[in-house]
Design a protein around this ligand. Structure first.
Ligand SMILES: [Fe+2]
Ligand SMILES: [Fe+2]
Length: 470
């Protein structure tokens, strides 16, 4: 286990002090990051003392340190999981060879692109969430939002470290660009569509952390397999942080469902209008939010048929999540059946790896849905929440722009357009959800539309003052 050195300007466990050029470059970037945080992060809460956890070592028990911190004083740093001695490449054409400690010249631009694309999502989500603190449903939730924000900031540090340490001048330029693009900006948007979607309510935040942070989990898992060892080690540590973000999403939606069921019981009705009149989110509206964020996140895996994914795998740059669960790690004689609008197609598995990843992601997404449906079933209601088909509302791949309903059935363009507001939030759904977004900050109190969490943070009571606002 390696502990993190907090005595340096940039906390780290990779001895950046031993490389003066790198240290100077990162110390030069640091004030730019802080300025970005002040302009684009949750800066209205800069003076709040937030009960945050900070990693002190990179093993599973390393999250020992909790305490009140002002967010701008958070110790963002560079933490890599411990190296695996004698680690070998676990897949692709170079399987069995030693992993790379430097970037091979022929993969330089592709690896840089992969790191930049991952890195771009991290500050993007902070930007998307920057105003949500004003409408938090409880102080507990406010604290969780800020914990996620500081950790996404650290994920940016993680990627910037790789760019600075391994990609020379190009890497340093990319690191500056990561602060120059902004979510939703007309001229300089973030790279991926989902990270340009506006997020003005907490139901969207819970869906985002459930679906989009889970895409993050799958991307990080596939990079954790990478032959580029520093990338693998960085991502392995990021995964421990990511788990909390998905926890916020899953428990957030669970608490919405719980509260709605309580009110349905109280009024003896499942009529959405009456549920709404009670200040809760009807399950039909929740379903539309799930459809929106799930389908948007599905695009993040890329096209079903992709020669890039084949090249990234064959070269060893990017594996499949949990690569060891598979038997064939080379995939030179394996094929995969895909459904396209033209019918079933058989393609080399190497070219279908985005789809392989999307399928395992969807399986993971099902776990929460099952849990929510058990709650609904126990309360005696027939409605069941579902995930939309992976063909629904796609913008990338063979199903892009094809009119398909949420079950994956092809329909006419007219029907699709007419029925879209049945499937994703309409303007009036958004207005309604927005109307519920009233800030609640008395410790222990919850907004009308959400049940309290089962427990507080780090064994503290739910009514603990997790954020001290000045
Ligand atoms: Fe992240
Ligand atoms: Fe995340």
């Amino acid at each position: 286990m390696s502990s993190i050195n907090y005595s340096e300007k940039i906390p780290n466990n990779v001895d950046i002090g031993g490389d003066r050029t790198l240290q100077r470059a990162l110390e030069h970037w640091q004030p730019h990051f802080l300025q970005w945080w002040q302009e684009m992060g949750p800066s209205d809460f800069a003076s709040a003392d937030v009960y945050l956890r900070t990693a002190i070592s990179v093993d599973a028990q390393g999250w020992a340190h909790y305490g009140a911190t002002r967010m701008p004083d958070y110790r963002w740093g560079i933490f890599l999981a411990d190296a695996v001695p004698e680690r070998k490449i676990g897949f692709g054409d170079a399987m069995g060879q030693p992993v790379w400690q430097q970037v091979p010249g022929e993969y330089r631009s592709t690896l840089r692109r992969l790191i930049v694309t991952q890195g771009d999502t991290e500050p993007a989500s902070v930007e998307q969430q920057r105003l949500l603190g004003h409408t938090c449903p409880s102080m507990y939730d406010l604290r969780n939002l800020f914990q996620i924000n500081v950790e996404e900031g650290r994920h940016l540090w993680a990627m910037v470290y790789l760019l600075h340490a391994y990609f020379g001048r190009d890497g340093r330029e990319e690191a500056e660009e990561l602060l120059a693009r902004h979510s939703g900006d007309a001229d300089k948007p973030r790279i991926l569509t989902t990270f340009n979607e506006p997020m003005s309510d907490w139901l969207s935040l819970f869906c985002f952390t459930y679906f989009t942070d889970r895409d993050g989990k799958y991307q990080l898992k596939s990079f954790a397999e990478s032959a580029f060892d520093p990338l693998s080690r960085t991502c392995r540590f990021m995964l421990t942080e990511e788990a909390h973000h998905m926890f916020v999403g899953e428990t957030g939606i669970s608490r919405v469902v719980k509260r709605t069921l309580e009110l349905m019981k109280e009024i003896g009705s499942d009529d959405p209008a009456r549920v709404r009149a009670k200040g809760a989110i009807d399950l039909q509206t929740l379903q539309r939010y799930l459809n929106f964020w799930c389908s948007s996140s599905l695009d993040l895996f890329g096209s079903e048929i992709s020669s890039n994914s084949a090249g990234n795998f064959a070269s060893g740059m990017k594996g499949r999540p949990d690569e060891s669960q598979y038997e064939d790690h080379v995939l030179r004689s394996s094929s995969f059946k895909l459904l396209t609008p033209e019918g079933e197609q058989e393609v080399p598995t190497l070219n279908a790896l985005n789809e392989v990843m999307r399928e395992s992601y969807l399986k993971d997404c099902e776990i929460g849905v099952k849990r929510w449906n058990r709650m609904i079933e126990r309360a005696g209601h027939a409605l069941r929440l579902t995930l939309p088909s992976s063909r629904f509302r796609r913008s990338i791949g063979p199903w892009a722009g094809v009119p398909v309903d949420t079950t994956g059935k092809m329909i006419s363009k007219e029907e699709f357009e007419k029925r879209l507001t049945e499937w994703i939030p309409s303007a009036s759904d958004k207005t309604f959800v927005q109307s519920l977004m009233q800030r609640v900050i008395e410790p222990g109190r919850m907004a009308s539309w959400i049940a309290p969490p089962e427990r507080g943070v780090n064994n503290l009571p739910v009514e603990y003052e997790y954020v001290h606002l000045h």
